[in-house]
Design a protein around this ligand. Structure first.
Ligand code: COA
Length: 288
C-alpha cells in the first residue's frame, strides 16, 4: 500500500500519540508516551523527523537527532507495518549518514520478532540494556532524611532553571549511555512540559535534583542527579524517597523509573528504596 512521507509538524502530536501507544504496547509491553513528551520533542530544533501516511492517517514516524538518537515507530494494525518500519530504518541510516552523527542509537523491546530483527538486518547491534523499575507507593513510606546542611527549596524556573540543568549535566557526564544536552534541548521536554523539579540546596547552591512527572497513571522519576562532590551522604536516596512521597500524596499508586543495566550504583540505590525491575529494553547502535 502506498504511503506518503512528509516532515513531521507540531499538529501531528495527537496522531503520533496513537501510533506510539499501539507500537509501544506491541514492542515494549505497555504505552510509554504522554502527549506532552511528543509535543516537547516536536518543538526541539536540530532533529530530522518524518511521518508516513496511508489512507489519510498517520501510520508511521521516524526521527534522527543531532546526537544520533533515532526512533522508528509504526502502527502495528497497519497491514504494511513491518515493511514500513524497514523503510523508515533505511531513512534513519541515510539521514544519519548525511548528518554525520557518527553513531545511531535506537531502542527496542526484547522480543526477537519485534524491531530487534529489523535493526539487526539494518546493521545495528545490541549495545545497552535499560531496566524499568517500579514500586507501589501505597501504605507506609520511609520519610526522606536529608544530609546535614541540605534543604529543599521550591523550584523557581527563573532562579533555578539553569542551575538544575547544570547539576543534571555535570552528574550524568560520562555516565553509561547518557547524552549531554544544551540547556534549551533539555528544558523543552522537561520543564516546558510540566515536570516537577525537586531541588536540594546546600549553602544556597543546588546540589541535587529529581524531575518527577506522571506517566500512564504512575509517578515517574525522569532524572535523579547529585553533584559528584555531594555523593555518598544519602542525598540520592532522600531525593528518591521525596519523589515517592509526592506521588503517594498525589494519590498515585506506584512510581517507576528507568536505569541503565550497567549503572550498578544507581540500581542498588533504587533497590534499597524498594524498587524492583519489571521490564527490560534494549538499545541498539550502529556506526555510520
Ligand atoms: C545515583 C546518584 C543520584 C546517587 O546519589 P548519592 O547522593 O550518592 O546517593 P546516596 O548517597 O543516597 O547512595 C549512594 C550509594 O553509593 C555509596 N557511595 C559511597 N561513596 C560514594 C561516592 N563517593 N559517590 C557515590 N556513592 C557513594 C553510598 O554509600 C550509597 O550506598 P549505600 O546505600 O549502600 O551506603 C549519583 O551517584 C548520581 O548523580 N549519579 C550520576 C547520575 C545517575 O546515574 N543517576 C541515576 C541514573 S537514572
Amino acid at each position: 500500500m502506498a504511503t506518503i512521507r512528509r516532515p513531521a509538524r507540531p499538529q501531528d502530536a495527537a496522531a503520533l500519540l496513537v501510533v506510539y501507544n499501539e507500537y509501544d504496547t506491541a514492542e515494549l509491553g505497555q504505552p510509554e508516551m504522554e502527549l506532552s513528551d511528543i509535543v516537547g520533542w516536536l518543538a526541539i530544533d536540530g532533529s530530522e523527523r518524518i511521518v508516513a501516511e496511508a489512507d489519510g492517517r498517520v501510520v508511521g514516524y521516524a526521527d534522527v537527532g543531532a546526537n544520533g538518537e533515532a526512533e522508528t515507530v509504526v502502527l502495528p494494525s497497519y497491514a504494511g507495518a513491518r515493511q514500513l518500519q524497514r523503510e523508515l530504518l533505511d531513512w534513519v541510516v541515510t539521514t544519519a549518514t548525511a548528518k554525520s552523527v557518527g553513531r545511531i542509537e535506537h531502542f527496542a523491546g526484547t522480543s526477537p520478532d519485534g524491531a530487534a530483527a529489523l535493526l539487526a538486518d539494518a546493521g545495528f547491534v545490541h549495545a545497552r540494556t535499560i531496566w524499568r523499575m517500579s514500586r507501589p507507593v501505597t501504605g507506609e513510606l520511609t520519610q526522606p532524611r536529608w544530609p546535614a546542611g541540605v534543604t529543599l527549596r521550591p523550584f523557581e524556573r527563573d532562579r533555578d532553571g539553569r542551575a538544575v540543568w547544570q547539576v543534571v549535566m555535570t552528574s550524568f557526564a560520562g555516565t553509561l549511555g547518557s547524552h549531554l544536552r544544551p540547556v534549551e534541548e533539555w528544558s523543552t521536554p522537561v520543564l516546558d512540559q510540566g515536570s516537577e523539579v525537586v531541588c536540594a540546596v546546600e549553602a544556597d547552591e543546588v546540589v541535587g535534583v529529581a524531575t518527577p512527572d506522571a506517566r500512564q497513571g504512575d509517578g515517574h522519576v525522569g532524572q535523579l542527579a547529585v553533584l559528584p562532590q555531594h555523593r555518598g551522604r544519602g542525598l540520592g536516596l532522600a531525593l528518591l524517597q521525596e519523589c515517592l512521597r509526592r506521588d503517594a500524596a498525589a494519590g498515585l499508586t506506584s512510581t517507576t523509573l528507568t536505569v541503565d543495566g550497567d549503572n550498578v550504583l544507581a540500581r542498588r540505590l533504587y533497590e534499597k528504596a524498594g524498587m524492583a525491575v519489571v521490564t527490560q529494553y534494549r538499545r541498539w547502535e550502529r556506526d555510520v
